[in-house]
Ligand binder design. Structure first.
Ligand SMILES: Nc1ncnc2c1ncn2[C@@H]1O[C@H](COP(=O)(O)OP(=O)(O)OP(=O)(O)O)[C@@H](O)[C@H]1O
Length: 803
């Protein structure tokens, strides 16, 4: 490269205006000759060139908004021909900077100007600074070009050593604006120009970096999803291989779960929670315990009938017909249930909430002894409403988690019984029977009753949260029913939410009807017998109910029938019995042996419990319904026996106090009754209730204990056919008791004919079936004196005591 400065002769050149374009020295550009100004300039140059046989030369001048730049570039027309689009064009090479002078004239239609070449030499050798600048520019340019994959251009740039040329090479940069290029053009100092080009390039690269990193961020988001998708596919493939190696067939589970969750009709929140678990599952290995927990949880969630709902059949007539068809008797109970359904229907028709609840009405609680049909009535309610039925057994539940589930962190965690019930029902609006709600207890594991309260509370139960499930479950459409044997054992708070329906037990007549119409047909079918192959006469049914079983309900009766039918079926199979066969009362004994319960009155008088003075017959209500119970009293030997009052037979506190009262009454008032009360002062008294294993409580045995003691003191027997119930006060008044109907039913079962009851319970007799009242002499009394008059046999009546 020439180092010395040159002097140039003035030039006269046709101007070729460039709109929105800049050509720098060293660049070769094609120009379109259809543009009149371009064509005029080129033609003028050609005309001029012919005169001196040199290459046609033009002056390339950028023009912005009609204004020309002060410096142009000398361009030689290298070739004239066709452009790639077929239009006529000229290839022009930029040669060097020309300072534009005054306008002048020349051939053709072009504008002619005078100009002077500008000296662009640089010192040689280059000072160190400039060498550095060259290196830097080349590095940046290379960087940029490589990014664009322009490898050939990289080589070219690397080969340029001329500072001026290197700077002008920037003219090709597509990222420079026209103004920036004009700046390069007008900068006549090559070093300054290279600096400018370097800066422009650096700036662009920095901008590009930012843009790239933004683009990268965006891309990364997309990539992550794609990557995850690909990884998942790979994982799936690996799992499949593994399963094939292990000989396990089947679809990929986790994939299956995702599809199942997506396909299931879940509430939005539940779906979100489930998808989260699916993601965890996808990450967990097949064998990990976590994986198996998640699968169990997902199964539970997917099996719940989130959007299943049965349509209510609110035809009250039909409902009543179903209740009647499925249960004999129980008129008042069925009436109560019908009322309950009718109110529910009316409120639901009017879009109203419920008394104490949103939709359903209070919880109906069926209270009564075992086997009276509480559970099967619950089932009938479900039938009548056209809903699914599930039973939740609560007997013995002491752990809150039984109701509300275990937290999932527990090994072997399970959802609670309520969630399991909904799953079993397969609909969100079943009838759920909470069986034996009186048998829930509480201990250190929390209070199940409190959890039940939440389940039953209409203000809370639409967002019931099971610890295991962790997502909310709407229980507001569930109809809850409850059963209990003993009213008193139901936790108070629960009792508050319940509407009680009592089932006290059946009379013998009712049992015969139930057995004939319901139990027998069912048992015949179970024994594989045709309905007419065995006929059980009413007399046989009555004997079964009265002497083979003694219960408030019909459970044992049903068992006895089953036993009887099995016997006959077996005999028939062995060829010992022709069918059809009719069973009367007298056939029972040969088939199923002797009866277990003989009424006291049917016993040998000497073997009757009350054959000795000091034994009285009371009436009580236990978890099994009404029952007769005997009270025995004895006096200790004044010399050797214990003193004071001894009580045995698992008595509760109330009953113990009741015994104290009986004793105190006799001590203070006994003399008025002509009883030898002196014995009570000197000798210890023992009162025992046989069947010592059964816990007993309550004040209603007060008059029975008094009678037993009076019998003992007077030596008069208590009449065998008399039973009694009533609380006694210190002054000898007879106070009212509960469970009269059950007690009278029990008295009737036991063959008692005379019953002494508190006068204030007289109104309860309305509940007692007439057929029972017909067999009993009921004496309402107000005072113990009346009791003793009725119960104690005359002094001269003596049954010899059993040996
Ligand atoms: N009135 C009735 N009519 C027809 N069948 C009855 C009647 N009462 C009871 N049963 C039948 O007696 C059997 C026992 O009744 P169920 O099991 O419903 O008693 P429960 O009162 O629920 O006893 P538990 O308190 O022990 O659960 C059932 O098969 C039931 O169908």
């Amino acid at each position: 490269m020439a180092a010395e400065s040159q002097t140039f002769t003035p030039l006269t050149l046709p101007v070729l205006p460039l709109d929105d374009e800049v050509v720098l020295p060293g660049m070769v550009v094609p120009l379109d000759l259809t543009d009149t100004e371009v064509r005029a300039a080129v033609e003028a140059a050609q005309a001029d060139a012919r005169s001196d046989s040199s290459k046609p030369t033009v002056l390339l001048v950028p023009r912005v908004d009609g204004h020309y730049a002060g410096i142009g570039v000398l361009g030689t027309v290298e070739q004239v021909g066709r452009l790639s689009d077929g239009d006529p064009g000229a290839l022009i090479r930029g040669r060097g900077r020309v300072r534009i002078g005054a306008g002048t004239t020349g051939p053709g239609a072009a504008l002619w100007v005078e100009g002077t070449r500008i000296d662009e030499t640089v010192p040689d050798p280059l000072p160190g600074q400039i060498t550095e600048l060259v290196k830097e520019y080349k590095a940046l340019a290379t960087d940029w070009l490589k990014k664009r994959g322009a490898w050939q251009v990289v080589d070219r740039v690397q080969q340029i050593d001329d500072v001026s040329q290197l700077a002008d090479n920037s003219g090709y940069s597509p990222f420079l604006t026209t103004a920036q290029k004009i700046e390069l053009l007008e900068n006549t100092d090559p070093v300054a120009r290279l600096k400018l080009a370097t800066e422009q390039l650096r700036e662009h690269l920095a901008e590009q970096d930012v843009a790239e990193s933004i683009a990268k961020d965006v891309q990364e988001g997309v990539d992550k999803q794609q990557r995850e998708f690909l990884l998942r596919r790979q994982l799936e493939a690996v799992r499949k291989e593994l399963r094939e190696i292990n000989g396990e067939a089947g679809e990929d589970e986790s994939d299956d779960y995702r599809a199942r969750v997506e396909a299931a009709d879940l509430p939005e929140k539940v779906r979100e929670a489930a998808l989260k678990e699916v993601e965890k599952l996808e990450r967990a290995s097949d064998q990990s315990p976590e994986g198996s927990w998640i699968r169990t949880w997902l199964d539970t969630v997917l099996e719940l009938p989130w959007s299943e709902r049965t349509d209510d059949e609110y035809d009250i007539q039909g409902a009543k017909a179903i209740l009647d068809a499925e249960h004999a008797g129980l008129q008042d109970v069925k009436e109560r249930i019908t009322e309950y359904l009718a109110v529910r229907k009316r409120r639901s028709d009017r879009g109203l909430g419920v008394v104490g609840g949103r939709r359903g009405g209070a919880v109906l609680a069926l209270v009564g002894p075992p086997g009276v049909g509480k559970t099967s009535l619950g089932e009938s309610v479900a039938h009548a409403m056209g809903r699914k039925f599930v039973r939740v057994a609560l007997g013995g539940v002491r752990d809150e988690a039984e109701i509300r589930g275990h937290r999932r962190t527990y090994v072997g965690a399970l959802p609670g019984r309520i969630v399991r019930a909904i799953k079993e029902a397969g609909s969100m609006n079943p009838v759920v029977l909470l069986d034996e709600i009186d048998k829930v207890g509480s201990d250190f594991r929390g209070d199940p009753a409190a959890a039940l309260l939440e389940v039953l509370d209409p203000a809370q139960n639409h967002t019931f949260r099971d610890h295991y499930l962790e997502v909310e479950l709407d229980l507001s459409d569930v109809v809850f029913l409850a059963t209990a044997n003993v009213l008193e054992a139901i936790p108070e708070a629960l009792l508050d939410r319940m509407e009680l329906v009592r089932l006290d037990g059946y009379t013998e007549d009712e049992k015969v009807v139930i057995a004939r119409d319901h139990l027998l047909p069912r048992q015949l079918e179970r024994a594989g017998l045709e309905q007419d192959e065995i006929v059980l006469e009413d007399s046989a049914l009555r004997k079964l109910a009265g002497e083979y079983t003694r219960e408030a309900g019909v459970r044992n009766l049903e068992r006895s029938i089953a036993r009887l039918l099995r016997k006959v079926a077996a005999q028939h199979e062995l060829g010992d019995r022709e069918l059809p066969f009719t069973i009367g009362a007298e056939q029972l004994r040969p088939l199923i042996g002797r009866p277990h319960h003989v009424p006291e009155s049917a016993q040998d008088p000497a073997e009757r419990r009350t054959a000795v003075p000091g034994v009285a017959t009371g009436l009580a209500v236990t978890g099994a319904g009404g029952d007769v119970l005997f009270v025995e009293a004895s006096l200790a030997d004044p010399e050797t026996g214990a003193s004071g009052l001894t009580l045995t037979g698992q008595l509760g506190d109330v009953m113990k106090e009741s015994a104290q009262i009986a004793l105190s009454f006799l001590r203070s008032r006994g003399a008025e009754l002509e009883l030898p009360v002196g014995d009570l002062k000197d000798r210890g008294v023992h009162i025992h209730f046989p069947a010592g294993a059964v816990p007993k409580d309550g004040p209603s045995a007060g008059i029975t204990m008094t009678t037993a003691l009076a019998s003992l003191l007077s030596g008069r027997q208590v009449r065998t056919d008399v039973a009694m119930t009533g609380e006694v006060s210190l002054t000898g008044r007879v106070l009212p008791i509960g469970g009269l109907k059950q007690k009278l039913l029990a008295a009737h079962r036991a063959g008692i004919t005379t019953v002494v009851i508190p006068k204030r319970n007289e109104a309860d007799l309305d509940d007692v079936p007439q057929e029972i009242l017909d067999t009993l002499q009921v004496h309402p009394v107000t005072d113990v004196r009346q009791v003793l008059d009725l119960a104690l046999a005359p002094a001269d009546v003596r049954v010899p005591a059993a040996a």
